[in-house]
Design a protein. Structure first.
Length: 215
């Protein structure tokens, strides 16, 4: 039995309302409760893609727009909770236990998120383990809240809404599945390139700063 078939069996056991609620809950728990760091397959891409397929098979009782929009919202909320946990609980905890190695690690995290953290948050949505850990690390690294907010929104829409809709249409148009993965790879590659450019510019500016002060 494939994972998609197993998810479809949930519908037969619990009905449409609870099915949608369970999918939303797992999407939220994947990042908000860090469950995705331990069982990424149950809270990630396969879940929402299969949920879209189930919605296509039962269109009269599962509204794909409600399902997909809800997945996007709960994906966004999960990351927001993860960020909050990292910033308001994880960072104070680590600050009290700082040693040389830990201090350097936190400093590097802050520099990383300052340089290209926005892109890291977007890309992480498509990487199983990173999806659960990056929001917390962003909070620990004190990434600018508004940058995280917008990056999280973009990632949640592309991943949550996009993949569930792809699953819905893949049920009748198999080619959609391949296209959806191609688009995911495209967005990840584009994000990485833009992130590297941002890091390069930031690094170049940092090197030129001492020269400008001497002049």
């Amino acid at each position: 039995m494939t994972f998609a078939t197993e998810i479809a069996s949930w519908y037969a056991q619990i009905g449409p309302v609870l099915f949608v609620a369970v999918v939303w809950g797992l999407v939220f728990a994947g990042t908000g409760l860090l469950i995705g760091a331990f069982v990424p397959f149950i809270t990630g891409d396969s879940l929402i893609f299969a949920a879209g397929i189930v919605a296509a098979n039962f269109p009269d009782v599962i509204n794909i727009w409600v399902l997909a929009i809800g997945i996007g919202i709960f994906a966004w909320l999960g990351d927001q909770v993860g960020y909050t946990l990292g910033r308001h609980f994880g960072r104070p905890y680590l600050d009290k236990r700082q040693g040389v190695v830990l201090t350097k690690a936190i400093s590097n995290a802050e520099k990383f998120y300052s340089a290209w953290g926005w892109w890291a948050v977007v890309v992480a949505r498509f990487v199983p383990f990173a999806r659960a850990l990056i929001p917390v690390i962003a909070g620990i690294g004190k990434m600018n809240y508004y940058k995280f907010f917008s990056a999280n929104l973009v990632g949640a829409v592309l991943w949550g809404f996009g993949l569930s809709m792809a699953g819905y249409y893949a049920a009748s148009i198999p080619l959609v599945k391949n296209i959806s993965y191609f688009l995911a790879v495209f967005f990840i590659a584009a994000s990485l390139v833009a992130g590297i450019r941002a890091w390069y510019k930031n690094n170049k500016s940092a090197k030129l700063a001492p020269l400008s002060t001497k002049l």
